[in-house]
Design a binder for this molecule. Sequence first.
Ligand SMILES: [Zn+2]
Length: 224
Amino acid sequence: MTKTRLTPQQAWDALAAGNERFMNDTLRHSNQDTDRRHELAGGQAPDAAFLGCADSRVAAEMLFDCGLGDLFVARNIGQVANMNMVATLEYGVAVLGAAVIVVLAHDSCGAVAAAIDQTSAHPTEVTPAIRDELALIQPAVQQVWFKTRRESPYVDPDQIDANAVGRRHLVTTINQLLRSSRVLSEAVASGELGIVGCQYQLDNGRVAPVTSVGMLDIALAEFD
Ligand SMILES: [Zn+2]
C-alpha cells in the first residue's frame, strides 16, 4: 500500500474527530466492512500508532471511532515503554509510516495503583514479570509523592493522587521512548512524527491531551 504520509497534525486531528464522535454517540464505524478488508489484504499503512494500557475498558480503535488498518496498536499493563513496546512503535513509524503516536493513560488504572502499592512500606507480593513492568511506573509515583511529602520515602496509597501519578507517568513514558529510540527521536526532530500523551476519562469517553512532543498545535487539558 502506498499513500501520502500525513503530517502529525493531520493524523492527530483525525483521531480527535473520531473521539468526539465516540463521546457524542455519533459513531461512523468506518473502515470495518468487506471493502476495507479487501483493500488491506495486501498491506497496511496506518496513520497513527498507539501505546496504551491493556485495560479492557481502553479499546483503542473504539475510542477513536476508527477501523481496520487505521491504528497500529501496542498495549501492556500501565503503557510502559519497555524495549518490546519501543520496537513495536519503531516498526509502526519507520516501516509503516505512522505520523503520530498516542500514549494513553486512563483514570482508575490498576497498574498505577499497583505501582503505588509497590512503593509503599508493605508492598503486596507480585510475580517477577509484573514487578519489572511496575518498576517503570514507580519513578512517577515517587515524583508525585515527593512533591508534597517529606516524612517518609514510602508512599501512603491513601495520600497520593493516582491520576496525577498517571499523568506524570505519561511524561516519563514519552521521555523514555525518545531516549530509547533514535528512530523515534529523529522522526520527531525531522517533523515527521508527533507524540501526544493523553488521559482517557472512563466516564465521559474523552481522550484528553496532557502533553505533546513535535510539530503539533493542540489545546492541552487543564488538571489540578
Ligand atoms: Zn491501566
